[in-house]
Write a protein that binds this ligand. Sequence first.
Ligand SMILES: *Cc1c(COP(=O)(O)O)cnc(C)c1O
Length: 376
Amino acid sequence: MSKIKLSSAHLSGHELPYIQAALDENQVSVYGENLTAFENELEHYLAQDVKVACTISGTAALHLALMLANVTQGDEVLCQNMTYAASVNPVLYQKAMPIFIGSEQETWNMCPKALEEAIKDSISAGKKPKAIIVVHSYGMPAKMDEILALASQYNIILIEDAAEALGASYKGQKCGTFGDFSMLSFNGNKIITTAGGGAIVCKNEAAKNKAIFLATQARDQAPHYQHSEIGYNYRMSNINAAIGRGQMKVLKKHISLRRENNQFYKDAFAKIKGITLLQEVSSGYISNHWLTCILIDEDETGCSREDVRLHLQQHNIESRPLWKPLHLQPIFAKYAYYGTNYCEKLFKTGLCLPSGSNLTTQEKQRIVEVIASFLA
Ligand SMILES: *Cc1c(COP(=O)(O)O)cnc(C)c1O
């Protein structure tokens, strides 16, 4: 049986002409037609009034967002606990201090109640947090009304980590357009890929230009090399943008295929007691269902999450536990955490299933049969 992967790159066949044109024109570096066009297409896709700058990774884009938000040494940044470490590492690059916020039970994202508690505590200790980084984990939009209200009430910069959520939306507005700054990832496992890459989404041209300035070694206007700020080599190449342009042609298709995967699993598991899926809480939430996630109730199924994961592995099917809560990671253990033990429960019982837009129906059937026969 061939291996079924969790989420692998899905090329469209439209990439090569753009790559070829870049090679023919000798535009292989960080300037060129593909880069400009890819950014324009992303801006057009996301919203009328956003400005996008592409970077070598989502992590680099998030680092730029923190710099644009003026996050510096000793600043407090409120971070989502149930997510990938890349969502928090840039806070440490800036020598700032993450404070972890636990999950609510409906979207598994940042809990607004815990967030407010953390903000109030910081303020009463005489130190207002500098920024909030909210994540739409697995493509599920976070509770944006509540989180935006808190950011505005306490006047804190909101950064949106939409690495997994391109194409998801909340009350009709695309994820990646809510934050003062937002970030996307085009890593190989995400909704679309540029082989490796990301983007910072800004609210105006000046912020975009500043992001590009910092991402291209912060060169001042001068005929020689002149620098007054620390620069980074974070800009996306025109070759990676070529892949992105080819991928933009299939973005909508990739989203509907991921959503179809989710529906397939939902129908299949409706008959199995003790398995529940992460689902949109109301019609205002549209997840791109980047990954389909299930919770396995050990009392009802008689099997733990790890039993199921190992069984899938034996059948050459890759699955993965949900994020290990970041406050339990050795590197982050010394920072404060606000929230319940719900994150731990998610980690203990949750599993991400193969969810790529290139999964075949036969593969999905195989996955569901392997799980169903194991639990029976
Ligand atoms: C993938 C991802 C990132 C990092 O993006 P890269 O392009 O891999 O650097 C950050 N945050 C989240 C939530 C992600 O899933």
